[in-house]
Each structure stands twice: as C-alpha cells, then as structure tokens.
Design a protein around this ligand. Structure first.
Ligand code: IPE
Ligand code: IPE
Ligand code: MG
Length: 236
C-alpha cells in the first residue's frame, strides 16, 4: 500500500527567504521579516484545520546570532510584537505555544513575552506550536550529552540504562515527537542544523517559494505531496 491517508501529525518548517523577498523589491531585509509574520498566521490556521498536532517553526538559529546587531534586534522586536499581539488568539483557538532553543540568550523582553504566552496557553491541547529560537541541533545534542554525563557522574543515571527516550527527554525539544513532514521554503535544499534527531524519518519537501509568499495553497500542496509518499521506515 502506498500513501498516507492521514495528515502529518508533526510538520516542521524552515521559514527561509525573507531577506531575498525584500531585496528583490529594493526593500531592507527587515521588511521581509515583517512580511514573514502573515504566513505564520495563515499556515497555523491551515495546519490546525487539517488536524496537524505539532507545528514547529524555525524562527532563529544558533548560527543566526552571527548576523548584524541591527538585524538580530529587529527580528526579536518583531517576534516580541508577534507574541504580544497573537497570544489571545492562540489561547482562544486551543493552540499551545512553546519556545525551543537556548532561550536564555534571548533579549529579556522576548523571554518575558514568550514565558507569558507559554504560561497562558499551557493547558491548550489541540495543536502545539513550537517556535525554534536560538535553536541549533548540535548545540541541543551537546547540551543533552553534558546533562546526562553530569547525572551519571552524580550517580543519578546508570549509563547502561540510557535509552533513546532518555536522550530525547533531555533535548530542548523535550516532548516533541518525530517530524513527519519537513518543509523548507526559499529554494535551498539543506537542513541548516534543524531538528537533526527528529528528522530521522521525516519526508522532506523543498520549494522555491520565498517564505513571505508562502500561502495556504502552498501548504496544502506540501501536505498532499506528503500523503502520496510511501514511508517504509526501513521495512519493505
Ligand atoms: C529566514 O529568512 C528568516 C531567518 C533566518 C531569521 P532569511 O533572513 O534567512 O532570508 P534569506 O535566506 O536571506 O533570503
Ligand atoms: C535557516 O535559515 C534558519 C531559519 C530559517 C531560522 P538560514 O538562512 O539561516 O540558513 P542558511 O544559512 O541558508 O543555511
Ligand atoms: Mg536564509
């Protein structure tokens, strides 16, 4: 049998191409990031309607800290505004918001807005929206290895009993299940240090469309493509 009749339970998206979207219009990169907020709203609604349970969005990578201070400040100011303006809607629509990444590095105002949104929406169960912020898989895995080594050294963990589930529970992305469908916009076909552990058996979908242009029809096309795939998980 081929194809997946069910929608993907966990969709992860590398929202790429904001800068090029702006540059092609002769605008500063910040305008591309601003325009990138609308597809977040649209795709969240579409995913919710389809019955997706986990939506994980790559908003800022560990490596993105190397960008100019102006761009980084602008991105976090936008994100803080998004959190302040959208939390009520998330709460009302049954969406639980989570930040995943090295959140201690975030500017204080963003951290506070995120903590508030997480707290307010904590009991929601329809869909978990995870924002990957200051996120990088290698940093995440290294941190988990450090935590586990410290526990073993303190005698709180027997290395012989360490399982995949133990490791997963020590990741920033703690309770997230494996990704079913990964979408990357912006034309590049790479992972850029995103969810290396959870992508083990994900179906990958790359599109040239730049993130600010990515709409509901594009999302549905990705899901339809996913539903036509035959996932074997190593079996025949
Ligand atoms: C993605 O768009 C958003 C972030 C990485 C924060 P980019 O800013 O990477 O846009 P391009 O790839 O330069 O077009
Ligand atoms: C990946 O995009 C990170 C986010 C979308 C947040 P990048 O633009 O940082 O990735 P590279 O540098 O092209 O690999
Ligand atoms: Mg990019």
């Amino acid at each position: 049998m081929s194809g997946n009749p069910l929608p993907p339970a966990h969709v992860a998206i590398i929202m790429d191409g904001n800068g090029r979207w702006a540059q092609s219009r002769g605008l500063p990169r910040s305008e591309g990031h601003l325009a990138g907020a609308e597809p977040v709203r649209v795709i969240l609604k579409a995913a919710h309607r389809l019955g997706v349970k986990f939506l994980t969005l790559y908003a800022f990578s560990t490596e993105n800290w190397a960008r100019s201070i102006d761009e980084v400040d602008n991105l976090f100011a936008l994100l803080t505004r998004y959190l302040d303006s959208e939390t009520a809607e998330l709460l009302a629509s049954g969406v639980r918001l989570k930040g995943v990444g090295d959140l201690e590095r975030l500017p204080k105002t963003t951290r506070l807005a995120l903590a508030k949104a997480e707290e307010l929406t904590a009991a929601n169960q329809e869909l978990t929206l995870s924002l990957a912020l200051s996120y990088g898989s290698r940093a995440e895995l290294t941190r988990a290895a450090q935590d586990l080594a410290l526990k073993a050294k303190a005698g709180d963990l027997d290395p012989a009993n360490l399982t995949e589930a133990t490791l997963t529970s020590h990741l920033w992305t703690g309770g997230l299940p494996d990704v079913d469908l990964l979408i990357r916009t912006g034309g590049d076909q790479r992972i850029s240090n995103f969810l290396l552990w959870h992508l083990a058996y994900a179906e990958l979908y790359f599109t040239e469309t730049l993130w600010p242009d990515f709409g509901e029809a594009d999302f549905l096309a990705a899901v339809t493509d996913f539903q036509s795939r035959h996932r074997r998980f190593g079996r025949v």
